[in-house]
Ligand binder design. Structure first.
Ligand code: ACO
Length: 428
């Protein structure tokens, strides 16, 4: 197999090396292209641009494969432990018992926020979008732990990761309490990560919210399935910000902002909106499918299709069965689930969807599970951020540890006016 590629331009030939990954993906190393030829590459949306080499997550979108540090995502279904997966992503291997216990203790010890941060929550209007509060509070958190702005060894990195992963959960729960005018509930050190989150969300000072093991497992799995997805928009944002040597807190706060958009983490909200509209409007699933295929409207079957997966998104497959189990356990009869099932059944045998390889994605069922747990729609993307945080930390660390990493600074093809002159105000 060739290990380089030739480019011929204006009678000259240039040679560029091919880089091959462990799963035999190949890319052209064009880092010398501009100095050799004066040319740059143009790739809006970066669909064909590799920004780095990474050993964290592998995706094969045609085969529907997703692996974290080499482990197929399906293997976490029977052991849904988000904390273990977080450590795996960040440090590259499953933790042994001592490492897992140490990390769990650090998470437990860091669940509280500095009391002064409560005043910051009070400063937000109750109409503030939860993702805006989450991002702002992660940066605020950094101000209280500025000794962790510089992370030059793994011990400090683990401490910073534990603080962020533990405290984002408290920030999320306090955000929900703030916008709903509810009293803040502090973490309970006896509870594990996901049960503690639901306790801080839903307990009252006079009544503890009890969490069933099956629900705790389901939330672990939702977080695990969102934990990393290689160079997606928010992760690339974290790497971009981190490339300037910005600290971990600032880089992750930027990741939350990128995730906020409806084309990224906000899509699970859109699925629920679609199902609610179909339900409220008394429209049939058949009618909606027909509308979603037309090009003269903006209607799409939300939760279907993916830029990378041209096969069943493996995360959607797992969440479908979790959804059935959670709704059964909570005895929720949700008419939206019936609509979702019908839409899926129709789309999977419809020539339009089959020909375009449009399958359910991770957002198709995750919203329904969270809704059954009592999570309001405006918190869905915040839960996505909790899940994605270990991935962001892993990528920040990988880049930080790489001696060859450089500040990310793309180029452009300029299309503005050519040389012209300043005109004084009285002559314009
Ligand atoms: N419903 C109906 N038609 C669709 C859908 C859909 N959900 N998705 C794609 N198509 C059609 C397009 O109209 C286009 O048809 P054409 O070839 O006749 O013009 C064809 O399929 C290809 O679509 P693109 O938009 O070019 O595919 P792309 O890979 O760029 O987009 C995307 C992927 C944005 C996810 C798209 O499938 C979509 O909008 N899906 C619905 C929104 C959604 O669920 N987003 C969540 C993604 S998962 C995540 O981000 C966590």
């Amino acid at each position: 197999m060739a290990d380089s590629i030739q480019l011929s331009l204006d009678g000259k030939t240039y040679q560029y090396p091919l880089v091959t990954g462990t799963e035999h993906e190949r890319g052209i190393d064009i880092s010398r292209l501009r100095s050799d030829t004066g040319l740059i590459t143009l790739d809006p949306g970066y669909g064909n641009t590799g920004s780095c080499q990474s050993a964290i997550t592998y995706i094969d979108g045609d085969k529907g494969i997703l692996r974290y540090r080499g482990i197929p995502i399906e293997e976490f279904a029977n052991h849904p432990n988000f904390i273990e997966v977080a450590w795996l992503l960040i440090f590259g291997r499953l933790p042994n018992k001592a490492e897992k216990d140490r990390f769990s203790d650090r998470l437990t010890g860091n669940a509280h926020l500095h009391e002064a941060m409560k005043h910051t929550f009070e400063g937000f209007p109750i109409t503030a979008p939860p993702m805006a509060i989450t991002s702002a509070m992660i940066n605020t958190l950094g101000c209280f732990h500025s000794e962790l702005y510089s992370l030059n060894d793994e011990v400090l990195l683990e401490e910073a990761a534990a603080r962020l992963i533990s405290k984002i959960r408290t920030i999320a729960a306090f955000t929900y309490r703030r916008v709903n005018g509810l009293p803040y509930i502090y973490a309970d050190p006896k509870l594990r990560y996901c049960a503690n989150f639901l306790h801080m969300m839903f307990s009252m000072p006079y009544q503890q919210h009890l969490v069933d093991q099956e629900i705790e497992d389901a939330l672990n799995l939702i977080f695990i399935l969102h934990a990393d997805h290689e160079q997606n928009c928010s992760t690339s944002t974290v790497r971009m910000v981190g490339s300037s040597k910005a600290n971990l807190f600032a880089s992750c706060a930027a990741g939350v902002c990128a995730l906020w958009g409806p084309l990224h983490g906000g899509a699970n909200v859109e699925v629920l909106d679609m199902l609610e509209k179909i339900h409220a409007g008394g429209m049939t699933a058949e009618k909606y499918i027909e509308l979603s295929k037309k090009k003269d409207n903006n209607i799409r079957l939300m939760g279907f299709g993916h830029r990378v997966y041209k096969n069943y998104d493996p995360r959607a497959k797992m969440l479908q069965s979790v959804c059935e189990r959670v709704l059964k356990k909570l005895n929720v009869k949700d008419p939206l689930l019936d609509i979702a099932r019908k839409l899926e059944e129709l789309a999977l045998k419809d020539e339009y969807f089959v020909a375009r390889k449009l399958y359910p994605n991770v957002d198709f069922y995750s919203g329904m599970i969270m809704r059954a747990m009592g999570i309001p729609t405006n918190m869905f993307t915040v839960l996505f951020a909790i899940g994605r945080l270990p991935g962001w930390i892993a990528h920040w660390k990988e880049q930080h540890d790489d001696p060859a990493s450089k500040i990310a600074r793309p180029r452009q093809i300029y299309t503005g006016p050519v040389d012209r002159h300043y005109v004084p105000l009285d002559q314009r």
